[in-house]
Ligand binder design. Structure first.
Ligand code: PHB
Length: 437
C-alpha cells in the first residue's frame, strides 16, 4: 500500500517516463535551484516508477501464488478388493490436512480423487491426467504394488512428487527409486523378512505353507519371508497364489488340508482378508494349522467382519491401533471423533502420516512447490511423531520402522483386538538395494 501512496504523492498522476529533463552545462542562481528541485523531483519519480515497476508485479505475483492451491491428485482404489484401503487412506489424509485447517503457508489444499481400482492401466491413465491436465503438485497413491509400478515412469519423468501411502512394491525404493518418489507405508520386504526368523525362532516352526495373491505384492511378500525363514532352518511345504480377485479359497484350502505342515503363513488384505479368514475357519483348518500373516490380514477395518474367527492369529506389522503412545492415542481419538466413532485402520494411519509429512515439508519450503530440489530436501529430512513411533525416511525414501508381532485376542470395542506381543525388528530399514539418486 505504501508504494502506491508515495507514487501518487510524487507523481501527481503524470507518467514520469513521459517527462524529460536535461541539465544545462551552466545553471545560474535561482534557475539552478529550480532546476535541481525539478531534477530531484523527477529523479525520485523515475526511481519510484522503476521501483514500483519491479516490485508491484512481483508483489501481485506472490499474491497470486499465495492464492494458488496446492493440488493433490489421489490415485486410490475406491472400488474392488482394496476399496476400504483407499477410503481409509483418504480419511486419514483428510484428518491430517484438517488439523492444519486445510492450508499450508497461505495456500489451500485441493484434493482430487480418482478410483484406480486395482488396475495398473487405470492407475497410469489417472496419474497421466493428473500430471498433464490438472497439473497436480503431488500424486498421492496408490495402494497396490503393480499399480505403483505402472505409475512410476509418469511421476519420475515429469518430476511430479509421488507419495505412496501404501503400495509396498520393493523396486520403487530400490533399483527403481526416484528423487520424486517417497513412501510413507512400508516396502513389501519390511513386514515379512523379520517374520520368517520369528516363526523359525521364537515360534519354533520348521514346516510352513504359504499363500498370497498372484501379483507383485504377493510374490515379494513371500519371497521376503523365505529370505529369512529358510536360512533359519525352515522348510516351505507349498506356495499357492490365488488370483487377486479370487473370492473362493476352497481349492487352496483343500490342498492345505492334505499337507504335512505345521502352520500357514499368508498375505491377504481388504475384502480378500475377510473372506480368507472366514473360509479358513469354516474349513476347520484353524484347529490344525495356526494361521500367521502380515498384519493386513486382521487389521481393524476387516476385524469386525471376521470377529472370533480371527482369534489367535499372529501377524507382523509396523503399527497396531492399540499402541499406547501419546501420538497414537491422539490420532485414534481424533479419527474416531471425525468419523462417527469408527476406529482407524493401518491404512488410515498411513494416510494420516502422508498428510503430516506433506505439511511439514511444505512448511519448510514456505509453501513453494516449484523449487523441486528444495521440496525434495524438505521431504527427505521430514521427521514426524507418527502414531507408529518416530518417523523418518531412509536414503531410498522408505520409512525406517519397528516391526511388531501382534496377536488377535479377546477385548476392545469389537470383542477382539490386535495386541502387541513382541518386536520382530527394531528400526528396520529396507536394504534399498540398487537405489542410486
Ligand atoms: C500392495 O499391493 O503393495 C499391498 C496391497 C495391500 C496391502 C499391502 C500391500 O495391505
Amino acid at each position: 500500500m505504501r508504494p502506491k501512496s508515495n507514487h501518487s504523492r510524487s507523481g501527481g498522476g503524470r507518467h514520469p517516463e513521459t517527462e524529460h529533463l536535461t541539465a544545462p552545462s551552466v545553471v545560474p542562481g535561482t534557475a539552478r535551484a529550480a532546476f535541481l528541485t525539478a531534477f530531484h523531483r523527477s529523479f525520485h519519480r523515475s526511481f519510484l516508477t522503476a521501483f514500483l515497476a519491479i516490485l508491484l508485479p512481483a508483489w501481485h505475483g506472490s499474491l497470486a501464488r499465495a492464492a494458488e492451491p496446492v493440488k493433490l491428485g489421489l490415485v486410490l482404489p475406491y472400488s474392488s478388493v482394496y476399496a476400504t484401503l483407499g477410503n481409509d487412506i483418504t480419511k486419514g489424509l483428510e484428518l491430517a490436512l484438517g488439523e492444519a485447517d486445510n492450508r499450508v503457508a497461505g495456500r489451500e489444499f485441493v484434493v482430487l480423487k480418482q478410483d484406480s481400482q486395482v488396475n495398473p492401466k487405470v492407475g497410469l491413465q489417472i496419474a497421466t491426467r493428473f500430471i498433464r491436465s490438472d497439473k497436480v503438485d503431488f500424486l498421492i497413491g496408490p495402494v497396490a504394488s503393480h499399480v505403483a509400478m505402472a505409475m512410476r515412469k509418469a511421476a519420475h519423468d515429469s518430476k511430479t512428487f509421488m507419495i505412496i501411502p501404501n503400495a509396498g512394491a520393493d523396486p520403487l525404493t530400490r533399483e527403481q527409486c526416484s528423487p520424486y518418489i517417497f513412501r510413507t507405508s512400508f516396502s513389501n520386504w519390511q513386514p515379512y523378512y523379520p517374520m520368517g526368523s520369528w516363526m523359525a525362532g521364537p515360534e519354533g516352526l520348521r514346516r510352513v505353507s504359504l499363500l498370497a495373491p498372484n501379483y507383485a505384492a504377493g510374490k515379494q511378500a513371500l519371497s521376503a519371508f523365505k529370505e529369512s525363514f529358510i536360512p533359519a532352518g525352515g522348510q516351505v511345504v507349498s506356495e499357492q497364489y490365488p488370483d487377486l480377485k479370487e473370492t473362493d479359497y476352497q481349492p487352496y484350502l483343500s490342498r492345505l488340508a492334505q499337507e504335512d505342515t505345521q502352520a500357514v503363513f499368508v498375505f491377504f488384505a481388504g475384502s480378500s482378508a475377510v473372506k480368507f479368514v472366514l473360509q479358513y475357519k469354516q474349513a476347520g483348518l484353524d484347529k490344525r494349522f495356526p494361521l500367521y500373516a502380515s498384519g493386513f490380514l486382521v487389521e481393524s477395518s476387516v476385524l469386525q467382519a471376521q470377529g472370533e474367527a480371527a482369534l489367535g492369529i499372529k501377524t507382523s506389522m509396523h503399527w497396531a491401533d492399540t499402541m499406547d503412545n501419546p501420538a497414537n492415542r491422539r490420532f485414534v481419538e481424533s479419527y474416531r471423533k471425525k468419523f462417527g466413532g469408527e476406529h482407524p485402520s493401518i491404512y488410515a494411519m498411513q494416510g494420516y502420516d502422508t498428510g503430516k509429512v506433506l505439511l511439514q515439508a511444505l512448511r519448510k519450503t514456505g509453501g513453494n512447490t516449484s523449487d523441486k530440489a528444495a521440496l525434495r530436501k524438505a521431504l527427505e529430512t521430514a521427521e514426524i511423531d507418527s502414531p507408529r513411533g518416530p518417523f523418518r525416511f531412509s536414503g531410498s525414501h522408505n520409512p525406517i520402522q519397528n516391526i511388531y508381532v501382534l496377536q488377535v485376542v479377546k477385548g476392545g470395542h469389537l470383542g477382539v483386538e490386535n495386541r502387541i506381543i513382541g518386536t520382530a525388528a527394531e528400526n528396520l530399514e529396507d536394504p534399498g538395494t540398487g537405489c542410486k539418486m
